[in-house]
Design a protein around this ligand. Structure first.
Ligand SMILES: Nc1ncnc2c1ncn2[C@@H]1O[C@H](COP(=O)(O)OP(=O)(O)OP(=O)(O)O)[C@@H](O)[C@H]1O
Length: 777
């Protein structure tokens, strides 16, 4: 992938702000030193361990110390981006930093507390307030919420949140297939969506944070707006706001994470290090490749980093000395991120917008309603001029007029329904009163009358339903009201001018400081030394200055070396983990997959770029799958799966046998017997089963005998087992998990996908609990 081009007219740098949280209770209790200082006016973060040490200074667009309030952070950082999103730009706000430094506090805060609510709830309020004061446009707002947990994308708003979703690419844009989105009409709606998703997010207590986010979350608000242009046509703009709360980078020794927690930590660090590589590549002029594809997070943030989005990064840090390495690392990456150039652009009249679909559907429903009522109900807002031409009215009038007209129509339809009832009642009575009419004829007329009445009622109900649908859809399309417009406009202008004023003030302070230091330099240069002694003093001062710089650079080099060392350690951990995984997979392949089948699978496997994984194309049409399916149809057979599992269910742990060997033996026997049955029945061509087992061998006379090597191994295992009289339950559980896990992989690779699904389902319902049960016993 080529690197985003830098420079150009409409390109702009990512805005970077730093926020340092206050000392935590534990840090105060442990009497930790505060090593972070901030100069808010200069936008500087100063890190100094002791007064003897040369301070490390970093400069950013904005810096916020422990006293910063949520409202100011929102107004200065997030508000400008939301304004842009309403104009049709894409915007991203993301929080980055070490675990426990306040990312979630900054992004969500305490949503119900007016002082402590974070960027997210404030953004919801602002979006709808802005819409309320815009009478020119019609808006449709929707929200989605996902998390990336252990490198898998999960929909936080879906009932099947456990389902992994896939990343896809269309017209150069990366999106998540099948992600749920909800149309929302108010900040309360949006908050409900957010709360629902947050409950589903992975959170865990660690030594560093009681509520540590174990996943990266992305909340996306899509705002589609439609406005009638001077050409009389409606023009659509689509802005997308991504609010990203990243999981924090962590050192496993500090978080004390173990088991699942440690695994999560490794994955979190891995995707964050890919994010850092992307940042480094984008800001290194020599680098021509950006590794977006190395993690799901960077693929999803591709447009926000070096793409067409207005992006703001908030880097969170802690103030205490024992986190200094992590703080410096965060500051370094944040400092690099300042140089990433994006090229934001307004998304005008894109294809496939939901607002266009809504508008078209409403028009269609209205036309249908009109047809029904024979032109009596015209809701399209179009009136016929004297020359017979249609005059299109401005949208806001249509809306107001429509609302009133809809209300009238609802009332009139209700009235008409009552009238129908009355009229038919009258007719019915008339028929019944006719004495000269025969009973048979009367009931025929009454039946006809009933049918007519039903028909008329049906039509009215259909019209009412259509009206209800139109009303429902129109309610989702949001408009501003003129009464709100003025008041809101003033409030917005005030906020804007406040933000601009603050920006100008900071700029002025920075320029003044720059000027001062330039003047000092100039004076120094112009200084005429009156004597040799003065010259000596001057030169000494200069040397001191240069020496300080040299020391700073030296320190910097030392820090960088430490960081590289840490990164290398992390990578080594990752390599070790991958090696373990690969070895386990090889073990399964060697033991359960016949060599020929393995080669065949390898030949057929293709790398799928879009899902970043290997696939077997058209696996459902492979020879054996079709044969198996045919055989199953013939037998209506669950027997294949059942038989296999009944055999495996008989697994029992005996005291004098190696558990794993016994399990594997039973699995192999079960599989072999089933495969042999299948082979006879449908002529399957499997490689002889001796290749599938390391414990058993086929002898010349065709009998299955135990392999002497394996018998010796078994004996050794038995001794080991006797030595450790009581094996810990967890070890047994792991083995049970392994056997069921291996079985699933094996079955998947040997049978049709439907058969595999069935077997896996069965394994989850029956075998797994049984295996766990064995362990508990
Ligand atoms: N600026 C702040 N003012 C007051 N309390 C804060 C601030 N920042 C963070 N905290 C508190 O510190 C704790 C950790 O914060 P938070 O959960 O937001 O960290 P995080 O960076 O999201 O951590 P993780 O990466 O583990 O999810 C919380 O109890 C939070 O309330």
């Amino acid at each position: 992938m080529s690197k985003a081009k830098q420079g150009g007219n409409n390109s702009e740098c990512i805005k970077v702000a730093i926020r340092c949280r206050p000392m935590s209770k534990n840090e105060i209790k442990d009497q930790r030193e505060q090593v972070v200082r901030m100069d808010i006016n200069k936008g500087e973060v100063i890190i100094q361990k002791s007064s003897e040490e040369i301070p490390k200074i970093f400069t950013f667009d904005r810096v916020y110390d422990q006293y910063a309030i949520q409202e100011n952070i929102f107004n200065e950082i997030a508000y400008p981006i939301i304004e842009n999103v309403l104009e049709g730009y894409n915007g991203t706000i993301f929080a980055y930093g070490q675990t426990g430094t306040g990312k979630t506090h900054t992004i969500s805060g305490l949503p119900k507390d007016p002082t402590h609510k974070g960027i997210m709830p404030r953004s919801f309020d602002t979006v709808f307030k802005s819409i309320e004061c815009d009478t020119k446009c019609q808006y449709l707002v929707r929200a989605s919420y996902l998390e990336i947990y252990n490198e898998e994308i999960r929909d936080l708003l879906s009932k099947n949140g456990q389902n992994k979703l896939e990343l896809k690419e269309k017209d150069g844009t990366v999106y998540v297939k099948d992600l749920s989105t909800f149309v929302v009409k108010s900040p309360e709606d949006m908050m409900e969506v957010f709360n629902e998703g947050t409950v589903n997010r992975h959170v865990r207590a660690t030594n560093m944070n009681d509520t540590s986010s174990r996943s990266h979350s992305i909340f996306t608000v899509t705002i589609e707006s439609s406005q009638i242009g001077p050409d009389g046509k409606s023009h659509i703009k689509v802005g997308k706001l991504n609010i990203v709360d990243l999981a924090g980078s962590e050192r496993l020794d500090k978080t004390g994470a173990q088991g699942e927690g440690a695994k999560e930590g490794i994955k979190i660090n891995l995707s964050l290090s890919t994010l850092c590589h992307v940042i480094s590549s984008l800001t290194d002029p020599k680098c021509t490749f950006v590794p977006y594809r190395d993690s799901k997070l960077t693929r999803l943030l591709q447009d926000s980093l070096g793409g067409n989005t207005k992006t703001c990064m908030i880097a969170n840090i802690g103030p205490a000395d024992y986190n200094i390495d992590e703080t410096l690392s965060t500051l370094r990456y944040a400092s690099r991120a300042k140089n990433i150039q994006n090229k934001p652009k307004i998304n005008e009249d894109p294809k496939d917008t939901m607002i266009r679909e809504f508008q078209d559907e409403i028009s269609r429903l209205k036309a249908e309603l009109e047809q029904f009522s024979g032109g009596k109900y015209n809701l399209n807002g179009a009136t016929v001029g004297p020359d017979g031409q249609q005059i299109i009215e401005v949208e806001k009038f249509i809306h107001v007029e429509n609302k009133e007209r809809m209300k009238q129509m609802e009332e009139s339809l209700e009235q008409e329904k009552l009238n129908i009832k009355k009229n038919f009642e009258k007719e019915r009575r008339k028929i019944q009163q006719q004495v000269e009419m025969a009973e048979e004829e009367k009931s025929k007329f009454l039946e006809e009358l009933k049918q007519r009445e039903d028909q008329a009622n049906k039509e009215k109900s259909k019209q009412q339903k259509l009206l209800k649908r139109i009303k429902n859809m129109e309610e989702k399309l949001l408009h501003g009201s003129e009464a709100m417009e003025k008041a809101m406009k003033q409030e917005q202008d005030l906020l804007k001018s406040k933000a601009e004023l603050e920006e100008k003030r900071i700029l002025q302070v920075r320029l003044e400081q720059e000027l001062k230091s330039k003047e000092e330099e100039k004076i120094n240069l112009e200084q005429r030394y009156s004597s040799q002694q003065d010259e000596l003093e001057g030169k000494k001062k200069e040397i001191d200055k240069i020496w300080k710089k040299v020391q700073m650079k030296k320190n910097e080099i030392g820090d960088l070396q430490d960081e590289i060392h840490r990164e290398r350690e992390d990578l080594m951990d990752r390599i070790r983990e991958l090696t373990r995984e690969i070895r386990q997979k090889h073990l399964i392949i060697d033991q359960f997959i016949p060599a020929q089948e393995y080669m065949r699978i390898e030949r057929r496997a293709e790398w799928a770029e879009d899902i970043n994984d290997w696939i077997i194309p058209n696996v459902e049409f492979t020879g054996n799958n079709i044969k198996i399916q045919k055989a199953k149809k013939k037998e209506g057979n669950n027997a294949f799966a059942n038989n296999l599992f009944e055999n495996i269910l008989n697994l029992e742990e005996s005291e004098d046998e190696d558990y794993e060997a016994a399990a594997t033996k039973r699995v192999n026997q079960a599989i072999n017997s089933i495969l042999n049955e299948e082979e006879e029945e449908v002529g399957l061509q499997f490689v002889p089963p001796e290749k599938q087992s390391v414990y058993f061998k086929y002898t010349d006379d065709g009998a299955v005998r135990e392999d002497p090597e394996q018998a010796a191994k078994k004996e050794k295992n038995k001794k080991k087992r006797l030595q450790s009289a009581k094996r810990p339950l967890t070890a047994k559980k792991k083995k049970a998990d392994m056997v069921t896990g291996d079985l699933i992989s094996m079955v998947q690779s040997m049978t049709s996908s439907q058969a595999a699904d069935k077997i896996i389902r069965k394994s989850k319902q029956v075998i797994y609990p049984k295996a766990q049960g064995l362990v508990q016993d």
